[in-house]
Ligand binder design. Structure first.
Ligand SMILES: Nc1ncnc2c1ncn2[C@@H]1O[C@H](COP(=O)(O)OP(=O)(O)OP(=O)(O)O)[C@@H](O)[C@H]1O
Ligand SMILES: [Mg+2]
Length: 724
C-alpha cells in the first residue's frame, strides 16, 4: 500500500480569539447561543457573520460559504429564530429526510429553553412527505401550527407549487437552505433553484440564507440573491491533514476492510480519538461494522463499532449517533449519503469507497466534505481516502485534487459549459427534469394561466437565468406535446396544466415517467374498446411498468435466455402474478414478443437496437425480473431465499429503495389513475359515451386499489396515504 500525503489545510490557532460577549449581540442571543451550542467560543465564521457583518441586525439575504465543520448551522438557526421572534414562519431546508429528522430532534430537545429565552411559545414541525415516518404525502397540506419548519427541498417545492398554500407561504419570514451546493447537482439542483427563485419572486419575499461548503465562484449567486451579504471563509479550523492510500493487492472489499481494521486499531489506541468510516452501501456498513466488532475486540468502546445508514429505524439511528457522540462507540461506519450532512464530530475519518459501483467516482468536493468531518474542537483532524486498483480515481490524481481543494462555486445545474468534473454529477439535466420547474410554475398559476413571455420573465430571475429563459419555449412545447399532454395552450395563448400535468406535478413524479404511463393507458383505451386490459390489470403490472420506466441495475444481472426462461416459469405461479402486460405483450421469443409496442407507448427509445431487434424484449424481461424480485420481497419473502432463487445478492438495499423510491412512485402513479386525466382522450379520440366513461372510471379506481396489492407488508398509515 502506498501512502500519499496531500498536505494539511487550515490554521492551528484561531486568530484573535473572541468570546460571545465580544460580538455584542444583544439580548436574547447570548442566551440562545448558550442553549444551542453550550459553553464555547464563536467560530470564525460565526464571529464574521454575527459580529462583523451583524447579520442579526439586517434583513438582507445571506450566503455563508465556509468549509465543512466550520459552524455555519448555528448562524443559520439564529437567523431563522430571529424571524420566529418577529412572529413570522421560518423554514429550514435539509437535503435528506434523515438529516431533517436529526435537526428537528435537536431543535425539539431545546424547544422549552428556547421558548423561555425568546419569550414566546414555540412550535417546531418536520415535513418531508414521508408517509412511513410523518404519515404525510407530497400533496398533504403544510403544517398549519409551526413557526419553524424543517423540510426537504422536494417537499417544500410541493407545498410551494400548490396555489392553495399561498397564504401559508406569505407568512414565511426566513428560509435557510442547508447544503446549498446541492443547487449545482444535475439531479436535484433544479428543484432547489426553482424553490429559491419562486421565493425570491414573491410579493414580499422571505429572507434567504444559503449555507454551503462551496467556496468557488459566489459572485453569480450573490447577484442572484441581491441584496445579499456573503460570509466567506476559506481557512479550515481546526486544520485537516489529508492522505490518499493506494491499495496494491487485488483491491477487493475484504482487503480494504483489513486496511480499515488496522487503521482503526492504531487510531483507537489513543483513548480520546474517534473514527468515522464512510462506505457506499448499507450492506457494506453492516458488514464492516461486524468485521470491526470482531477484530477490534472491545477497543472501540462498550457499544462497539456501529453501522449508520438509512435502512435503520429512526430510533436505531439515533441510538448509534448517541453512542458515538457520548464516546461509548468510538467508531461509526456511515453510508456516504447519510453521513454527509449529519453532525458526527470525529478526530479521524476514513473514506473507504471513493468510487461507487454502477454510479461512478465521488467528486473531490464530496470527498473533501466527508474528510472535513475530521477534527474536533481545537484538535487537528486526520482524513484518509482509500483508492483501490481499477477504480475511476487514480491515486495521484485524487491526491492532487485533495491537495488543491479547488471547490466548485454556487452555480446553476444548467450553467452552460460546466466542466465535466470527475464524479461531479456534471451531466446535463434531462429535458424531463428541466420541464419540471416549468410545470410547477404552471401549477401555481393554473387559475389565470401564464404566457410564454411571463414564463420567460419568471425564469430570467433564476440562477441559470439566461439558459433557462432560452429553453422555456421548448420546454412548454415538450409539456404540451400530444404524446405527453401535461399542459396545453388556451385560445388566448396562455399555458395551463392539464389534469394529468397537475396530478403529476402535485405528486412530484418524474415527468417522463408520468407521461409514459399515461400514454400507455391512452393507447390501451384506444386499442381496446371493451377495456378488457384495464379490467385485468394487476398489482404486478404497476411494478413492471415502473421498472420499465425507471430502469436500474439489480446486482448487475444481465439478460440471458436462461433468465427469460426463469421469468416465464415464475409467471406460471399463483394468479396474482397474472400480469396483463406480460401475457399480452412482453412475453415470448424474439419472433413473438411485442414488447416494442409497449416501450413505444411509454416513450422509451432504446439507444442501441441489436441486430435481431431483440432490445425491447430484453429490456422487458429484465424489467419483469426486477419487478418479480421486488414483488417477492414486498410480499415478505425472505431475502436470502429470493437471492438464491434469482441468483442475485445484496437485496438488503432493496427495502431502502423500495421505501424511498418505489413506494413513492407507485403512490404518484396511483394519482394519475383518475378518469379526468383521460377524459379528453376518451371523449374526443375514442368517442366514448357516458357508459364507457363510467366503466373506465370504475376500472381506474380498481387499478388504483391494486397499486398496493403486492405489498402485503406495508403499514396502515401508508395504506391510508394511498387511498386518500
Ligand atoms: N462555536 C463553536 N464552538 C465549538 N463547536 C462548535 C461551535 N459551533 C458549532 N460547533 C460544532 O462544530 C460542528 C460543526 O458545525 P456545523 O454542523 O454547523 O458545521 P457546518 O459549517 O454546517 O459544516 P457542513 O458544511 O459540514 O454542514 C458541530 O459539531 C457543532 O456542534
Ligand atoms: Mg452544515
Amino acid at each position: 500500500m502506498r501512502r500519499i500525503d496531500c498536505g494539511t489545510s487550515g490554521s492551528r490557532r484561531l486568530a484573535g480569539r473572541l468570546s460571545w460577549q465580544d460580538l455584542d449581540l444583544g439580548p436574547p442571543w447570548p442566551g440562545v447561543v448558550q442553549i444551542l451550542a453550550g459553553n464555547c467560543e464563536p467560530r470564525p465564521v460565526q464571529a464574521l457573520a454575527l459580529g462583523e457583518q451583524r447579520l442579526l441586525d439586517k434583513r438582507c439575504n445571506a450566503i455563508l460559504a465556509a468549509p465543512t465543520n466550520a459552524g455555519k448551522s448555528l448562524v443559520g438557526l439564529l437567523l431563522l429564530l430571529d424571524a420566529v421572534r418577529l412572529g413570522q414562519r421560518a423554514v429550514l431546508l435539509e437535503p435528506l429526510r434523515a438529516i431533517a429528522r436529526e435537526k428537528y430532534d435537536e431543535l425539539q430537545a431545546a424547544r422549552r429553553a428556547l421558548a423561555e429565552r425568546l419569550d414566546r411559545p414555540l412550535k417546531f414541525r418536520i415535513t418531508t412527505g414521508d408517509y412511513r415516518l410523518d404519515q404525510e404525502t407530497f400533496t398533504s397540506p403544510p403544517p398549519s401550527h409551526g413557526e419553524l419548519i424543517v423540510a426537504t427541498p422536494e417537499r417544500f417545492d410541493s407545498i410551494l407549487r400548490n396555489p392553495d398554500n399561498a397564504s401559508w407561504i406569505e407568512q414565511i419570514g426566513c428560509v435557510c437552505v442547508d447544503e446549498a451546493h446541492l443547487i449545482s447537482m444535475s439531479h436535484r439542483g433544479l428543484t432547489l433553484e426553482y424553490v429559491i427563485t419562486a421565493l425570491k419572486c414573491l410579493a414580499t419575499p422571505p429572507r434567504l440564507v444559503l449555507l454551503s461548503a462551496s467556496l468557488g465562484k459566489l459572485e453569480q449567486a450573490q447577484a442572484w440573491l441581491h441584496p445579499c451579504e456573503v460570509t466567506r471563509l476559506t481557512e479550515r479550523f481546526p486544520p485537516l491533514r489529508k492522505e490518499v492510500w493506494e491499495l496494491s493487492g487485488s483491491g477487493g472489499e475484504d482487503e480494504a476492510n483489513q486496511v480499515v481494521a488496522a487503521h482503526a486499531r492504531e487510531v483507537l489506541s489513543d483513548a480520546s480519538a474517534q473514527l468515522l468510516v464512510f462506505v457506499y452501501q448499507t450492506r457494506s456498513a453492516e458488514k464492516l461494522a461486524g468485521t470491526l466488532r470482531e477484530l477490534l475486540d472491545g477497543r472501540a468502546g462498550s457499544a462497539d463499532p456501529q453501522p449508520y445508514h438509512a435502512s435503520l429505524s429512526t430510533a436505531q439511528r439515533e441510538a448509534a449517533r448517541q453512542a458515538f457522540l457520548s464516546g461509548r462507540s468510538r467508531c461509526l461506519i456511515a453510508t456516504t449519503a447519510l453521513g454527509l450532512g449529519v453532525n458526527l464530530p470525529a478526530t479521524h475519518v476514513l473514506v473507504r469507497d471513493t468510487t461507487f459501483a454502477g454510479v461512478g467516482p465521488l467528486s473531490a468536493a464530496d470527498l473533501l466534505q466527508m474528510m472535513g468531518r475530521a477534527g474536533r474542537g481545537d484538535r487537528e483532524g486526520h482524513a484518509v481516502a482509500l483508492v483501490r486498483p481499477n477504480e475511476a480515481w487514480r491515486a495521484e490524481e485524487l491526491a492532487a485534487a485533495l491537495r488543491e481543494e479547488r471547490l466548485p462555486g454556487l452555480t446553476s445545474a444548467l450553467e452552460p459549459g460546466r466542466p465535466a468534473r470527475k464524479g461531479g454529477g456534471g451531466t446535463t439535466p434531462s429535458t424531463s427534469a428541466k420541464a419540471a420547474p416549468v410545470l410547477a410554475q404552471l401549477l401555481r398559476r393554473q387559475e389565470q394561466g401564464i404566457t410564454l413571455a411571463e414564463m420567460e420573465t419568471f425564469f430570467s430571475q433564476s440562477l441559470g437565468g439566461q439558459t433557462m429563459t432560452s429553453e422555456v419555449g421548448m420546454l412548454l412545447a415538450w409539456l404540451c406535446d400530444s404524446s405527453r399532454c401535461l399542459a396545453y395552450e388556451d385560445e388566448h395563448g396562455r399555458y395551463r396544466p392539464t389534469v394529468l400535468g397537475r396530478r403529476a406535478a402535485e405528486a412530484m413524479l418524474p415527468l417522463d415517467l408520468a407521461a409514459g404511463a399515461a400514454q400507455l393507458l391512452r393507447d390501451l383505451l384506444s386499442v381496446d374498446a371493451e377495456d378488457r386490459f384495464l379490467s385485468q390489470w394487476q398489482g404486478l403490472d404497476h411494478l413492471i411498468l415502473l421498472e420499465l420506466l425507471n430502469p436500474r441495475s439489480l446486482a448487475g444481472r444481465r439478460f440471458s435466455e436462461k433468465l427469460a426462461e426463469q421469468v416465464d416459469g415464475w409467471m406460471e405461479g399463483p394468479p396474482q402474478r397474472a400480469s396483463v402486460l406480460y401475457r399480452e405483450w412482453l412475453r415470448g421469443s424474439t419472433d413473438t414478443c411485442r414488447a416494442s409496442d409497449v416501450l413505444g407507448s411509454l416513450g422509451i427509445h432504446l439507444r442501441r437496437q441489436s441486430a435481431v431487434d431483440d432490445g425491447a424484449r430484453q429490456t422487458a424481461y429484465l424489467a419483469i425480473f426486477r419487478a418479480a424480485v421486488l414483488f417477492e420481497r414486498a410480499g415478505g419473502e425472505d431475502a436470502s431465499k429470493v437471492e438464491r432463487r434469482w441468483g442475485v445478492s445484496g437485496l438488503e438495499g432493496i427495502e431502502e429503495r423500495w421505501r424511498d423510491e418505489t413506494l413513492w412512485l407507485l403512490w404518484g402513479l396511483s394519482r394519475l389513475l383518475e378518469v379526468r386525466c383521460f377524459y379528453y382522450h376518451l371523449r374526443e379520440v375514442c368517442s366514448a359515451g357516458d357508459v364507457r366513461v363510467r366503466r373506465v372510471k370504475g376500472l381506474l379506481r380498481q387499478m388504483r386499489k391494486r397499486v398496493l396489492t403486492p405489498f402485503s407488508e406495508v403499514s396502515s398509515c401508508c395504506k391510508r396515504a394511498f387511498s386518500s
